[in-house]
Design a protein around this ligand. Structure first.
Ligand SMILES: C[S@@+](CC[C@H](N)C(=O)[O-])C[C@H]1O[C@@H](n2cnc3c(N)ncnc32)[C@H](O)[C@@H]1O
Length: 224
């Protein structure tokens, strides 16, 4: 049975959506968004662009876009940009930011799927500073959805946790709310979804004085 098949019945689906709400609800209204805005260009130049330059941005999805700080970097590169988030408040903020731009579409999702986005339609799926908080089950669901919506040869860039948690641990008690994940597990989940790993490496946060310098990973995937 495919991984998503396990979540086809109503109760499993509801459990998955409950896990999704656990990472979504804290960001309905958060001081994070204003503060994070100040740091975008530096993160883009130092961490993101060196990995994603050269991909086909023509039809890009910004998953878990928040108030659109990454979307504003992606927009000039894309012909069509689709902004996805679990929270209506975030989609509203993005509409205020990009609303009169006919090349930008908005999807309020259920926190687990890319429903409403056609199969084989995206050249690039992007997610920064959000999946680090997602439960592994939700990560797996999005990897299957990414494989579904990507065109052959399309890429996906994910910033995810690289810190395994003990079974049953609450991610909101963990360092920087990082959920249970590792680079190796992420690559294995991607392979299960039929995606190839192009690049996979920890971020070195040691200069930012983190206790756990390899807390996060960046992975670039490709749909064969
Ligand atoms: C820390 S914010 C980051 C927002 C944006 N990526 C950025 O870098 O500014 C996390 C975002 O993930 C969204 N989110 C949380 N869980 C989600 C889920 N399961 N599916 C989609 N979006 C989710 C939240 O609504 C919020 O906008």
């Amino acid at each position: 049975m495919s991984w998503l098949g396990r979540f086809r019945d109503r109760r499993s689906r509801a459990n998955l959506q409950k896990l999704a709400r656990a990472s979504g609800d804290p960001f309905r209204d958060s001081p994070y968004f204003e503060a994070a805005e100040l740091d975008m260009e530096r993160k883009w130049d130092d961490l993101i662009w060196p990995i994603i330059r050269g991909v086909d941005f023509s039809s890009t999805i910004d998953l878990a876009a928040g108030h659109g700080r990454n979307s504003s970097m992606l927009r000039p590169l894309a012909i069509q940009l689709t902004i996805v988030d679990i929270n209506e408040e975030c989609i509203d903020a993005c509409r205020r930011r990009f609303g009169d731009d006919s090349g930008v579409a908005f999807v309020l999702n259920d926190g687990t799927s890319l429903e409403g986005i056609r199969d084989d339609s995206a050249s690039f799926v992007y997610c920064f500073d959000a999946m680090v908080h997602f439960a592994p089950e939700v990560v797996a669901a999005y990897l299957f959805e990414t494989a579904r919506v990507l065109k052959a040869g399309g890429h996906a860039f994910f910033h995810h946790s690289n810190r395994p948690l003990p079974p049953g641990a609450d991610f909101t008690d963990a360092l920087h709310w990082r959920h249970d994940m590792s680079l190796r597990r992420f690559s294995s989940l991607a392979a299960d979804a039929g995606l190839e790993v192009v690049h996979s490496a920890p971020i070195d946060w040691s200069h930012e004085d983190h206790v756990w310098p390899h807390l996060d990973g960046l992975t670039l995937l490709r749909r064969p």
